[in-house]
Design a protein around this ligand. Sequence first.
Ligand SMILES: Nc1ncnc2c1ncn2[C@@H]1O[C@H](COP(=O)(O)OP(=O)(O)OP(=O)(O)O)[C@@H](O)[C@H]1O
Length: 230
Amino acid sequence: MIETQDLGYQYPGGAVLRFPDVRLPQGGTLLLRGPSGSGKSTWLALAAGLRRPSCGEIIVAGQALSGLTPRALDAWRGAQVGVLPQRLHLSAALCVRENLALVYWAAGLPSDEAAIDAALAALGLSALAARLPRELSVGQAQRVALARAMLRRPRVLLADEPTASLDDAACAEALGQLAATAQRCGATLVIATHDARVHAACPDARVLSFAPVSGDGASAGYESFQREAA
Ligand SMILES: Nc1ncnc2c1ncn2[C@@H]1O[C@H](COP(=O)(O)OP(=O)(O)OP(=O)(O)O)[C@@H](O)[C@H]1O
């Protein structure tokens, strides 16, 4: 689950971005919709504990993030949050399998080869395990990033514009993989997107619609937080 209360964030010298309260059950799907610059990535960063709110609280899978020290927050994120970033950040010098193993190295844990094998198989990547990122298609590279995100069975999966550079067929496949991965982990799924195809493909998702930051810089506005019909 994800729950926010009076959540707000202010970049240095910037307007206060104020977010409406959200209550999303564990395993649910939330779409963050809105134009460029309206606050979607900021909301994702708050949910991942990568930024601290200027005000309010965010509770993810039962954990109030304000109660965690920076070190505990890092450990919590590594164990509970899977992120599919817009830029995939695969290490160019490492093969697919080694890129996945980096997750454990970064957490100071021994590599879990069985979990890596399972993630590769789940995303149809077993035959590509020895390839370097430059030897993958865009869609394959994204699947590697998704495999990386699911390795530790996160409670929440955050995806930032996952379909931006994909054609219709690849878009449908990527969304299917994302939903299946979230389901496999029992994770809550949040997708930031301005791609109408995502909305059409996720009729049961809740939608948080972001309005443009107002011209006077006072705050962001919000149209709705609602469950939309297809
Ligand atoms: N590091 C920063 N410093 C100052 N202002 C920032 C910073 N990052 C974002 N902003 C501002 O905060 C607001 C929200 O930005 P954010 O990146 O969250 O929007 P977004 O909806 O994700 O945009 P996009 O779809 O282009 O990724 C914008 O007005 C942006 O200019």
